[in-house]
Ligand binder design. Structure first.
Ligand code: HEM
Length: 210
């Protein structure tokens, strides 16, 4: 079986699903074994924030990777990756609202208004909700062209995610800049000329790996 065939299998899908659950399983194991460190809330917030960002970047890498490799079956897994990004964003948000703010909604509202990194993170989270709600095949059919337009919001959401991280770090900007760099590459790969170039390489790469 070639790579394209393997990517289409249920085993690949299941493997990817299990991989996506790994960050949550790790948090549960660390929580049970007392491995979350001196500040468990910070640990959970940071971990879920990281995996939201990684999930968004993985979702955005599907199309350029498909163009480059010719493995069209990759697109079948984009929805799962996007929904996992939303899942970790929800955990991130719930950790903040519940464990950090103890459901003090007035304090949360003050934070959203007064702390720019929270404002930007919150905007990104709110924008993710319609994408998650319309991620089904039925909604795709129902919305037609508007579905694609709506889902372009993910580019802005990922930019807001990077800004959120850049805004919250106080000293070492390395990690948010790495995310920003990867995002710039993934967005750049969508420019018509670059996309055409990647597509032009596809048959060669696909036949090499075939
Ligand atoms: C798509 C939405 C979001 C993304 C991509 C995201 C991403 C991140 C990332 C990458 C971190 C840093 C992790 C690290 O230190 O290694 C982080 C931290 C954090 N985020 Fe978010 N976030 C999002 C939404 C939100 C929302 C909605 C809130 C709350 C309203 C929030 C509150 C926080 C807080 C409190 C921290 C920890 C700050 C600290 O350590 O001082 N985030 N987030």
């Amino acid at each position: 079986m070639n790579v394209q065939g393997f990517v289409s299998t249920r085993a690949f899908k299941l493997g990817l699903f299990i991989l996506c659950l790994f960050p949550l399983a790790r948090l549960v194991v660390l929580a049970v074994t007392g491995g979350l460190g001196a500040n468990p809330i910070e640990f959970i917030t940071r971990s879920t924030g990281t995996w939201t960002m990684v999930g968004l970047l993985l979702t955005l890498s599907v199309t350029p990777l498909r163009r480059l490799t010719g493995w069209t079956a990759l697109v079948r897994h984009r929805r799962m990756l996007g929904l996992f990004a939303f899942f970790y964003a929800s955990l991130h948000f719930v950790t903040y609202i519940w464990l950090d703010q103890f459901f003090d909604l007035a304090s949360v509202a003050r934070d959203i208004v007064k702390r720019p990194f929270i404002t930007v993170g919150f905007a990104a989270f709110v924008l993710l909700i319609p994408l998650a709600l319309t991620s089904t095949q039925a909604m795709m059919r129902r919305l037609g062209r508007r579905w694609q337009q709506l889902h372009r919001l993910v580019y802005g959401i990922a930019i807001l995610g990077v800004l959120h991280y850049l805004w919250l770090v106080k000293q070492d900007l390395t990690q948010p800049l790495i995310y920003g760099g990867v995002l710039a590459l993934l967005l750049g790969a969508r420019l018509p000329r670059v996309a055409g170039l990647l597509q032009g390489m596809a048959p060669r790469v696909a036949s090499r790996s075939g």
